[in-house]
Write a protein of this length. Structure first.
Length: 213
């Protein structure tokens, strides 16, 4: 990860994982994942940050471990099992977890494929990726304006599928969905924007589920 990215994540402020806007952003994506992946056993939340998904992944009784390199964000994550580490060299053995998940990590790293391969290595079965959609006008503009988010300009469903294939995983489900951003959406707009929590080609986010081959 570049020095610019490390500096960004040493001070960035995100809404708390329990904020109603964060719930409106994250819960529909967890619901989609749950339809295709049993959220049980052991789960790794790669780049867990302040815990937007960490606790939610544990709702069905799974043992969840969160990993992030940012001490700043880990200090705001209230989950009990957290590890500080590099997403490109995960400090776990092969096939340690049943599900390995990331949200909004790949567009921040220098070598996306290396991270996906590491996720596949430590997974017994499932790899789940959640990334911004470059074809959404708001996401495209945000990626242009914020230097640390510039990697979002290369984020597409086609690229995620290719990276998973190269990492030895078969895509089993995908969706482009949502118009709620965890940090930038005003709370007053949530009732309106929840209408877009469905498959929509120009949605803000990509969610892809894959199974190791």
């Amino acid at each position: 990860m570049s020095t610019k990215q490390k500096k960004y994540f040493s001070s960035v402020k995100y809404r708390d994982a329990g904020d109603p806007v964060v719930a409106a952003y994250a819960d529909p994506k967890i619901d989609f994942i749950r339809k295709h992946v049993p959220l049980s056993g052991r789960i790794l939340d790669v780049g867990c940050g302040n815990g937007v998904f960490t606790g939610r992944l544990a709702q069905d009784g799974a043992t969840v471990v969160g990993l992030d390199f940012s001490h700043h964000l880990l200090a705001e994550n209230h989950h009990p099992a957290l590890t500080c580490g590099d997403v490109a060299t995960l400090p776990f053995g092969d096939a340690t977890f049943d599900v390995v998940f990331e949200a909004n990590v790949l567009h921040h790293v220098d070598d996306r494929l290396a991270v996906v391969r590491e996720m596949a290595r430590v997974s017994r079965r499932y790899v789940v990726l959640l990334e911004p959609n470059r074809y959404n006008p708001l996401m495209f503009g945000f990626s242009l304006v914020v230097p640390a988010e510039r990697g979002g300009l290369k984020s597409s469903l086609q690229r995620l599928h290719q990276e998973l294939r190269e990492a030895g995983a078969r895509v089993t489900a995908s969706i482009v969905t949502g118009m709620i951003s965890q940090n930038n959406t005003p709370r007053a707009l949530i009732p309106l924007l929840q209408r877009f929590d469905r498959p929509i080609a120009w949605g803000e986010y990509l969610v892809t589920v894959a199974e190791k081959t």
